[in-house]
Design a protein. Structure first.
Length: 267
């Protein structure tokens, strides 16, 4: 009987010790790894749930990054890498890898571009372009936009909007000369040595000058005269929020990451 008890104690002690050693050592985390806090807001847009994912990275709190288009993954991948090094907040709209958001209200479906919802006029325009205008639908979208803006609030000095484009479809050249978007720009700088698809778009003249000095393609929005398209840049320009859109072609992660590193407050 005594031998049985001793064997049982030995077995239990060995099993417990082995199990304890296999547990993660939470008391001594690697100081090189920043803590990450993630939460998801399951926002009800009409009869459709749209997740808004917020990730806070330990470290600096000078920049908040936002991804409005869920099909622009290169930008988000680069931002996550930088945030893991420096800290900050990342906001993502989860939309099954689609650009436009489609939702149901009172049995009917509506679609809109989430980067066109930060003014009443912008909501009207994007509904008319992507589906059709309807006042109750517009009011739902307006509340959705307000919720996104709430997520942006914080100690941040710069709002960075994350975007990707396709080759030659949209570039810094779109804002030059007599091109379609030239009226949106107060100043445009094109570096002949850089891919025109890779560029910055900002509401802040000091940041524009800084990026120009570094020989990056960049556009300064005309905050006073830009068209009311409901874009986040329009909203920030009218509300004196420092905004930078970083844009490259899909798949160019390293170029994107290097560009993100250049965004900083300029006194």
């Amino acid at each position: 009987m005594k031998m049985f008890i001793l064997r049982y104690i030995f077995f239990f002690f060995t099993f417990f010790l082995n199990g304890w050693l296999r547990q993660p050592i939470l008391q001594s985390p690697n100081p090189a790894i920043r803590s990450v806090l993630e939460k998801t807001i399951f926002y009800r847009l009409g009869e459709t749930i749209i997740p808004i994912r917020i990730t806070d990275f330990e470290g600096k709190k000078d920049k908040v990054y936002i991804s409005l288009h869920d099909d622009e993954e290169t930008a988000v991948e680069a931002a996550r890498q930088l945030l893991s090094e420096k800290g900050g907040r990342l906001i993502e709209i989860s939309n099954r890898n689609h650009r436009n958001i489609r939702f149901r209200l009172r049995g009917k479906y509506y679609s809109f571009d989430p980067n066109g919802i930060f003014s009443k006029e912008g909501i009207r325009k994007t509904l008319e372009k992507q589906s059709r205008y309807n006042l109750p639908a517009a009011m739902e979208i307006e509340r959705f936009a307000a919720r996104i803006l709430e997520c942006i609030k914080g100690p941040w000095s710069i709002l960075v909007s994350l975007h990707n484009n396709t080759n030659e479809a949209f570039s810094v050249c779109s804002y030059a000369g007599k091109e379609e978007k030239s009226g949106e720009a107060k100043l445009t700088y094109i570096c002949e040595e850089k891919d025109p698809d890779n560029f910055f778009f900002t509401t802040d003249q000091s940041i524009f000058s800084h990026l120009k000095t570094l020989q990056y393609n960049c556009v300064l929005q005309d905050n006073e005269h830009c068209s009311n398209d409901g874009s986040l840049s329009y909203y920030c320009g009218k509300n004196k929020i420092t905004y930078v859109n970083c844009e490259t072609e899909h798949g160019k992660k390293m170029e994107y990451l290097e560009m993100l590193r250049q965004i900083k407050p300029v006194n």
